[in-house]
Design a protein around this ligand. Structure first.
Ligand code: TLP
Length: 347
């Protein structure tokens, strides 16, 4: 059986041969004692690309976000975030269970809460209320289909946060996709946050890992939480070597191909009767297809599509999510479109 066309996630990406060769030649050391040369190099590179004083390598984006929450706050404080933020919806409740925070969720259809809504959500200084400490932003926004919230909004939120003495953490699991979409360096977006987490293991193709970047003192404290959570690894050099290659300018620029493929897919889907895609919201490598008109249940549709060798993810009753990555080329996307068309016709 031929390999399925995997449009479920960009976390399926595999390291390239060049990445593997580079990794195997890496000199290794005990990273907990700062003795792994590749980890040190990756952390320095990450900090400079993100425009922050320091960065640390962590095993996952979830741990990066959690370490940021723990470092920014004290138990019992409150964090403001967009109501479908990954930190709130998809990180196993660590924000409450481990960081001990309460959450003030705010809807923000373009991926970020409005400054006016944030202002309203900030708790007055009153003994009955938790203290508002932190705002978490997400870019690109996962649940809204990889959209990039307007940069102007980030700037306004930054101004408000500074005025109110709040910190901002940015979940930038796909921040490089956002930067490519906006045509800016990644630090142009990261500048509006005190701290930022970026994933190396998604579209950028490293097998494992994320970076958390921010001010020197903050990162010193974050290192302790990383250790507490079990994220202090030993000879990380192989992974970090992959991370270094993932951050090469060519590899970052390659994300454009994933975006173009997503657009090609979105336009193809729109031409199929019964499928709707809001192409104005296809910013990066995600496509959210709405099957409501066709009467298909998303779960059943995805199961039947799998039988045809195309993998996607149900994202609600009638919505299906497709994610492009370097593992799927244009020819395969064209083939996926044909198979989706067949399935729609069969109904
Ligand atoms: N998202 C995963 C799933 O958890 C849904 C995926 O398949 O894409 N922030 C955002 C915005 C994310 O999308 C993810 C991963 C994370 C954080 C967590 O990163 P990891 O998976 O490395 O813990």
């Amino acid at each position: 059986m031929e390999r399925p066309i995997d449009l479920r996630r960009d976390t399926i990406t595999l390291p390239t041969e060049a990445m593997k060769q580079f990794a195997f030649q890496a000199e290794l050391g005990d990273s907990i004692y700062g003795e792994d040369p590749m980890q040190r190099k990756l952390e320095e590179l990450g900090a400079s690309i993100l425009g922050k004083e320091r960065a640390i390598f962590l095993p996952s984006g979830t741990m990066g976000n959690l370490v940021a929450l723990l470092t920014h706050t004290r138990r019992g404080e409150e964090v403001i975030l967009e109501e479908s933020a990954h930190i709130f919806t998809s990180e196993t409740g660590g924000v409450g269970a481990i960081a001990g925070l309460t959450v003030k969720p705010i809807r923000g259809e373009d991926g970020a809460p409005s400054p006016a809504a944030i202002l309203q959500a900030i708790r007055p200084d009153n003994i009955h209320y938790p203290r508002t400490r932190l705002i978490c932003l997400e870019n690109t926004h996962y649940r809204y289909g990889g959209i990039v919230p307007p940069l102007e909004k980030f700037r306004a939120i930054r101004e408000l946060a500074t005025e109110k003495g709040l910190s901002i953490h940015l979940d930038g699991a796909r921040l490089f996709n956002a930067a490519v979409y906006l045509g800016v360096e990644v630090q142009v977006i990261a500048q509006y946050a005190d701290t930022v987490m970026v994933s190396l293991s998604k579209g950028l193709g490293a097998p494992v890992g994320s970076l958390l970047a921010g001010p020197r003192d903050f990162i010193k404290e974050a290192e302790r939480y990383r250790k507490m959570l079990g994220g202090g690894m030993r000879q990380t050099g192989w992974l970090c070597a992959c991370g270094i290659m993932a951050l090469s300018p060519e590899n970052i620029a390659r994300l454009r191909e994933d975006h173009e493929n997503a657009r090609f897919l979105a336009e193809g889907l729109c031409a199929i009767p019964g499928i709707k895609v809001d192409c104005t919201r296809v910013h990066t490598n995600f496509v959210l297809a709405d099957l409501a008109e066709s009467g298909w249940d998303a779960r059943q549709f995805v199961e039947r599509l799998k039988e045809k060798g195309v993998l996607a993810t149900p994202a609600g009753e009638s919505k299906v999510r497709f994610v492009t990555s370097k593992e799927v080329n244009r020819t395969q996307i064209a083939l996926a479109l044909e198979r989706i068309h067949e399935l729609m016709r069969a109904r």
